[in-house]
Design a protein around this ligand. Structure first.
Ligand code: GAL
Length: 634
């Protein structure tokens, strides 16, 4: 597969005479794709029903005449001001019950059916007009669902939608009362219309109530996206993508992804390091200008799976961003390294955000490939280098993994609702397991929670799954490798209550979690032979074999030859040791990589990425800071 570069461009921000010069320069850089349109609603429809698409026709033509392919974004993340006058109740409402105002973006409530219809209308108009345009070769729905915490909204519209959703799911208030355990504290309902949103209660609202609202809210994102996809598909066969974000779990990406052709995500490694990824202060300083060495790869692997193999980076950080607490510039070379790491994970396209830095409005401090004065910014030459290298590079195939990690959005909601220990978070646990694999030099595939086919994998990791789905449990029953599940896996019912008999319910493996402890950050449970659990520790019983114990004699890993339960949250070294030990049993080769050096094997090559701020030795080759090295695989 030919890998390509792209860029995000806003013709509506620049005088029309500049467009053709921009298009010429884009082609000179070696760019193939240009994403446009996703925030342009006020220029497409300045007043209700007054449509001005002629400028967009011309912009597409100018880009297309340079051989560039357009990804057309639907503008639904930025409803214009008149829309709010027309639908005053379309604004999302925060958990304190306050409406979120106009004057930035994403000021809509996913539950608002009137706004959903407005979106259907504008998307239909765009699809009718551009569906057969030869230059429009892909589509993007909306922009970054949940950006600025917008999945959850506590509006009157959401309340009504939630009540209807509950009636459908539970059929009777009695069934809901039983499922939620509402006899506790006399919380029983007689009518669905009595059920409120799970906010502003005196103390925490009931966990299944909160989980139901999370499920409802995720379903609204899926439905909102589907409306757009259905309209676009009526007029084109071009692939449709959405640009997901890093570390966002508030809606089920597997379900949104099922309606799309391509998963893409927006990769801002330095912004994320600053405010989204746990690292010591010293480590944050070490990777200040490079980003966390594992965060990009994790999302590449996740979205490759969400896209069923087809995935892109829709927005790639080119220089300082504007939105993190601190915004340092990347080390020279990083804009190239990040792109190559994505390609080595199978990205079809890496698209830099944005072409030219805007001298106005909220993101004026956000770098682009060009400075505001149109002089090339540092990433310009790096993008050009990647384009030359891609032209020389034979096919980059995506590579096989022996190790798989199961990732589940419902579990993320379950533990958000009921963390039981302040720092228990599903994403963080899954990422801790993933990072250990990366330190061991392993390729990892990420799997959905209802995965029914584990063939080809030797080691499957399933930490923190609220419950095992039936297909996954069936797949585990015949799995010939080793599945390492836990902590906290399959210990809850679908309604977030404790199952009796106690979980987990593992095929042919008698082990139960009889008690769970959460631990403050400075506490640990020591393991025999070295290592420790932090954050979380479960007491296990059953007749399964104890494979590892704590220092004071509790089981730490219990199971059989094919499935094992891990009773706690290992710290980094211990995760390395436990995963490495199972790789040894399974004949999966591992290595111990220095902090900052990371590898990825494609079918033909080994790629080595140096995230460290200084050069690193790789088998006698010195790889400079921010360097990428590749060598053929034997
Ligand atoms: C993304 C967003 C873009 C832009 C960018 C800035 O989250 O999709 O529109 O805001 O961040 O880094």
């Amino acid at each position: 597969m030919k890998r390509t570069l792209g860029v995000c461009y806003y013709p509506e921000h620049w005088p029309e005479p500049v467009w053709s010069e921009d298009a010429t320069r884009m082609a000179e850089v070696g760019i193939t794709w240009v994403r446009i349109g996703e925030f342009a609603w006020s220029r497409l429809e300045a007043q209700p029903g007054v449509l001005t698409f002629d400028w967009l026709d011309r912009a597409i033509e100018v880009l297309g005449s340079q051989g560039l392919k357009v990804i057309l974004g639907t503008p639904t993340a930025t409803p214009p001001r008149w829309m709010v006058d027309k639908h005053p109740d379309m604004l999302a409402v925060d958990a304190q019950g306050r409406p979120r105002g106009f004057g930035s973006r994403r000021h809509y409530d996913f539950s608002h059916l009137g706004y959903r219809e407005e979106c259907r209308r504008i998307v239909r108009l765009l699809a009718e007009r551009y569906g057969k345009n030869p230059h429009v070769a892909a589509w993007q729905t909306d922009n970054e669902y949940d950006c600025h915490d917008t999945t959850l909204s506590y509006s009157p519209t959401a309340l009504k939608g939630f009540q209807d959703w509950l009636a459908q799911r539970y059929q009777s208030p009695d069934a809901l009362n039983r499922a939620w355990g509402n006899v506790f504290w006399s919380m029983e309902y007689d009518e669905f219309s009595q059920i409120g949103l799970p906010i502003l209660t005196v103390t925490e609202s009931n966990h299944p109530h909160q989980l139901a609202f999370r499920r409802y809210s995720s379903d609204q994102v899926v439905a909102f996206n589907k409306v757009q996809v259905d309209e676009i598909r009526k007029h084109t066969d071009a692939p449709i993508a959405h640009n997901y974000m890093g570390r966002i779990t508030t809606f089920d990406h597997w379900k949104v992804g099922a309606d799309l052709d391509i998963a893409s995500w927006d990769s801002y490694p330095i912004g994320f390091l600053s405010d989204r990824i746990e690292n010591s202060d010293a480590r944050k300083l070490k990777f200040l200008r490079q980003g966390d060495p594992d965060n990009q790869a994790f999302h590449h692997d996740l979205y490759r799976a969400v896209g069923r193999g087809r995935w892109w980076v829709m927005e790639q950080q080119p220089g300082p961003v504007n939105w993190a607490p601190w915004n340092p510039a990347p080390l020279p070379g990083m804009a190239r390294l990040w792109a190559w790491e994505a390609f080595a994970h199978g990205a079809e396209c890496v698209s830099y955000f944005r072409w030219r830095q805007a001298p106005f409005a909220q993101e004026q401090m956000h770098a682009g490939l060009l400075r505001p004065d149109s002089v090339p910014a540092p990433a310009y030459a790096e993008a050009q280098q990647v384009a030359w290298e891609l032209a020389d590079m034979p096919d980059v195939q995506r590579g096989k993994a022996h190790v798989a990690l199961v990732f589940d959005y419902e579990s993320a909601w379950a533990w958000d609702v009921q963390p039981q220990g302040r720092d228990f978070e599903f994403w963080r646990l899954a990422f801790a397991a993933y990072r250990a694999c990366r330190r061991l030099g392993l390729n990892v595939d990420i799997l959905p929670p209802d995965c029914a086919d584990l063939s080809g994998y030797k080691l499957v990791l399933a930490p923190g799954l609220m419950r095992l789905s039936d297909p996954l449990r069936a797949a585990l029953a015949t799995f010939e490798g080793i599945a390492l599940v836990g902590p906290r896996t399959d210990t809850k019912s679908d309604e977030l209550s404790i199952p009796v008999p106690l979980g987990p319910d593992l095929p042919d493996c008698d082990v139960q979690v009889v008690l769970a402890e959460s631990l403050p950050p400075n506490a640990k449970v020591k393991l025999q032979g070295g290592g420790r659990f932090r954050h979380w520790f479960e007491h296990l019983e059953g007749s399964a074999t104890v494979h590892m114990s704590t220092k004071d004699g509790h089981p730490a890993i219990m199971g059989n030859d094919h499935i094992r339960y891990l009773a706690g949250w290992p710290d980094d070294d211990t995760f390395d040791r436990i995963i490495g030990y199972h790789c040894d049993i399974l004949d999966i080769p591992t290595m111990t990589l220095p902090d900052g050096l990371r590898i990825r094997d494609t079918d033909t090559h080994r790629f080595v990425f140096n995230y460290a701020p200084d050069s690193q030795d790789w088998n006698g080759t010195s790889i400079p800071a921010a360097g990428v090295h590749w060598e053929p695989l034997e």
